[in-house]
Design a protein around this ligand. Structure first.
Ligand SMILES: [Zn+2]
Ligand SMILES: [Zn+2]
Ligand SMILES: [Zn+2]
Length: 341
């Protein structure tokens, strides 16, 4: 009886069904194990596209195994389906392999969930649990090895934090969020290359700042780069660049820095021959002035960056005069999203 915590998962599934044309698919195979994790998995798998409108679950939408449910959706993946029945890691492993699947987790403050749960108990004329009991149950539910749902929520592409006080407010924020946006399933080219640039940045060894860059032509990667000291020199983070390791403010002693910038490394790696007309430079930080002039010289056609830097205007002016397009691209936010109207 203490099993069902109302963390809002059903409210979100209901919203998708009522307002966005999703249909509910049920998985009955794990019903018994759900006596422990029921309502606690707080996930909804959903796949994007269109049509479908129903509140109940007809028998053809009830499945006894994850495979049969996935087979069903494989043939109809462009319609909109939602399930709230993924309650163990093994099932999730199967779902997450599919390109039409998006895992969304929903969480809310424990005090709020206790209030909601108590409210539901009262409406059913049942005694609500006291807060302490509820918290202990919640901890077990979340963190207990093998049955805890933290393993599932940890893998969600979108993690919703539902602190909305009313259903109306929740619906409003869900409408703005547009969970059914297909770009959540599959990144577009800008997202893809910008993510590669961010990945390259993680290899940076420069003590000042991590920057990553990817050069692309005709949607193919020509080269990648990250910032750090040149080959055969000690890495910046091992003391290779005295200037970066001194920890003076940004911009101080720039001319004595031994670190190559991510853009420079990517340009050097590609070489002018391979860059040619139409090449796009993706960089997670807007290029500095010294990189900008090199970008102009090698014939890059477009620069796409995600975060600003302290000389964006100057870089923009130079690129403009050189006939290089410059635009900012911020990938759509994933991970933790606060649902607030
Ligand atoms: Zn450095
Ligand atoms: Zn340096
Ligand atoms: Zn630079």
């Amino acid at each position: 009886m203490l099993i069902g915590i109302c963390a809002g998962k059903h409210e979100i599934a209901d919203y998708l069904i009522q307002h966005q044309g999703f249909q509910l698919l049920e998985l009955t195979s794990h019903q018994s194990s759900q006596t422990v994790t029921n309502e606690s998995n707080d996930h909804l798998g959903l796949q994007a596209s269109k049509i479908g409108k129903n509140g109940t679950t007809p028998s053809e939408f009830v499945f006894s195994t994850p495979e049969s449910l996935l087979d069903f959706v494989t043939k109809r993946w462009q319609e909109r389906w939602v399930t709230t029945d993924i309650s163990d890691g093994e099932t999730l492993d199967r779902f997450i392999l599919r390109p039409f699947f998006l895992l969304v987790s929903v969480d809310a403050p424990v005090s709020l969930r206790w209030k909601r749960f108590s409210g539901r108990c009262s409406r059913r004329q049942l005694d609500p649990p006291d807060l302490e009991k509820f918290v202990l149950w919640n901890d077990r539910n979340l963190y207990e090895k093998d049955i805890g749902r933290v393993y599932l929520t940890d893998r969600a592409q979108v993690r919703l934090f539902n602190s909305s006080s009313s259903l109306e407010e929740l619906h409003q924020s869900l409408q703005t969020l547009d969970l059914a946006d297909e770009q959540r399933l599959r990144p577009n080219w800008d997202q893809y290359f910008m993510q590669l640039a961010s990945l390259a940045a993680q290899r940076s060894n420069c003590m000042k700042r991590r920057v990553g860059c990817v050069l692309v032509r005709e949607r193919r990667v020509i080269s990648t780069g990250y910032n750090g000291t040149p080959r055969h020199l000690k890495n910046c983070n091992e003391g290779g660049c005295p200037r970066c390791n001194r920890g003076d403010g940004g911009g101080v002693g720039l001319s004595t820095c031994l670190c190559l910038h991510a853009e420079e490394n990517a340009l050097l790696e590609a070489g002018r021959e391979r860059i040619r007309e139409g090449a796009i430079l993706y960089c997670d930080t807007c290029p500095c002035l010294t990189c900008t002039v090199k970008i102009a010289q090698v014939g890059i056609s477009e620069v796409v960056y995600s975060q600003g830097y302290n000389m964006d205007d100057a870089s923009a002016t130079i690129l403009e005069s050189a006939g290089v397009r410059l635009r900012q691209f911020n990938p759509p936010s994933n991970g933790l999203i606060y649902l607030q109207a």
